[in-house]
Design a protein around this ligand. Structure first.
Ligand SMILES: [Zn+2]
Length: 412
């Protein structure tokens, strides 16, 4: 295919993706003022509901501004040969393809992060602050950025360097090596996430002896689940929003509860949330997700190997000499419609799994405490009670509160 056609396809993909996204956002926003379903009428009182309405609308308008800025920036960068310019800068330092790729992506990543920092600053210190969510200090905000860059540099940079090196000695067969590397890396990361990554950003402490711990242990024993690692994390350092998650497997498996969750919920409700997480583990969702992501990675890398060496890819972005890193950027954009589809499938699967985990919690512990915990969590994060179907289908990894409520009530 000639580079000019490819160039127009790249532009079209970015524009169409943006338009679809904005149509979905608008559709969703049109239903912000829909009547609240009767089953959920006790989530908010009148004043809180009005507050949640203002929050949704403010987030929606802010989303339009940030996404428009980022799409214009991307288009401008492509049209005015920005990638060729950065490639030239990287090449002025060295001829080594690995170093050129590292410098190239370093500039792109840090440049785009710096340009979008004012938006994340506004989001945290203006919007989240106004609605009482923000607990982040300015110091934490900047430290998070620096730590994020540092981590990206070491992990992302390390993987990129190895992949470019594989490409140099194995040519188009590099994808096998890259696949094994990424698969091993994601298994290790999944396994040791709580020990390696989380401590950089948060403090975790084991849940202390007491009535909550006793209730949890009574429950886990009743379902034959050995869980030595229950940790409380200081989520309150950044936001009042609450969460709980499962990580690792085998001996490394652990459940992490946000301190905000422990503060907001009754003990029975916390055990119900934990029972839901145990459900994910017992139903093998963790393993299936990991395997699915490894298979998708293999498919993507194989496809990349077919196209990355083609001069047309690099030339479409204004770079004469074909090189791995420019091919990777062009491929990334051309691949995005496919990744939209795999993302949709993953969301669909994830929503199915949420029902399964909810049912597990209902059958082994109880539906009522889970319902009341979901309602409280919804209220405390001012979440939308009336999302549009199409928006849910595309973006939601969890069923809506109403769907989960109805599923949990069934048979109770
Ligand atoms: Zn879940």
């Amino acid at each position: 295919m000639n580079p000019e056609t490819l160039f127009y396809i790249i532009i079209a993909i970015i524009v169409i993706d943006f338009i679809i996204d904005k149509i979905l956002d608008t559709l969703n926003a049109k239903h912000f003022d829909d009547p609240v379903p009767p089953e959920l009428s006790d989530v908010y009182d009148k004043e809180e509901y009005e507050k949640s309405q203002r929050y949704k609308k403010e987030r929606y308008h802010f989303g339009i501004i940030t996404s428009t800025f980022s799409v214009l920036l991307t288009l401008g960068f492509i049209i005015f040969d920005g990638f060729a310019w950065v490639d030239g800068i990287a090449r002025s330092f060295t001829d080594n393809p690995i170093l050129v790729a590292l410098i190239f992506f370093g500039i792109i990543m840090i440049g785009s992060d710096v340009l979008t920092t004012p938006f994340s600053w506004y989001s945290t210190f203006v919007i989240e602050e106004k609605y009482g969510f923000n607990k982040t200090t300015k110091k934490t905000f900047f430290l998070d950025k620096i730590k994020g860059w540092f981590m990206m540099g070491i992990l992302g940079g390390g993987i990129l360097a190895l992949i470019v090196w594989f490409y140099q000695f194995a040519g188009n067969d590099f994808w096998w090596y890259a696949w094994i590397l990424v698969a091993v890396f994601s298994i290790i990361l999944n396994m040791f996430y709580a020990k390696l990554i989380v401590p950089l950003f948060n403090k975790q402490s084991p849940l202390e002896e007491g009535s909550l711990r006793t209730k949890i242990e009574t429950y886990t024993k009743s379902v034959g689940f050995t869980l030595d690692n229950i940790f409380i994390i200081d989520g309150s350092k950044r936001s009042t929003k609450a969460n709980a998650y499962f990580s690792g497997f085998g001996k490394e498996k652990r459940i992490t509860l946000f301190d905000t969750l422990v503060k907001d919920l009754e003990e029975e409700e916390i055990v119900a949330v934990l029972a839901h997480e145990v459900g994910h583990y017992k139903k093998n969702h963790i393993i299936v997700n990991l395997v699915a992501s490894i298979l998708t990675t293999g498919f993507t890398l194989w496809l990349l190997s077919l196209f990355v060496g083609s001069p047309a890819l690099s030339q479409a972005l204004g770079v004469e000499e074909p090189s791995f890193h420019i091919g990777l950027i062009a491929f990334g954009i051309l691949y995005s419609p496919i990744s939209e589809i795999t993302g949709l499938l993953m969301n669909y699967l994830s929503r199915k799994y949420e029902y399964q985990a909810d049912n597990y919690a209902k059958n082994t512990y109880g539906g009522e405490p889970l319902i009341s915990s979901l309602k409280k969590l919804t209220k405390n994060s001012l979440s939308n009670l009336t999302p549009h179907k199409a928006y849910v289908f595309m973006h939601y990894s969890h069923p809506t509160l109403l769907q989960r409520f109805r599923n949990l009530k069934r048979g109770l």
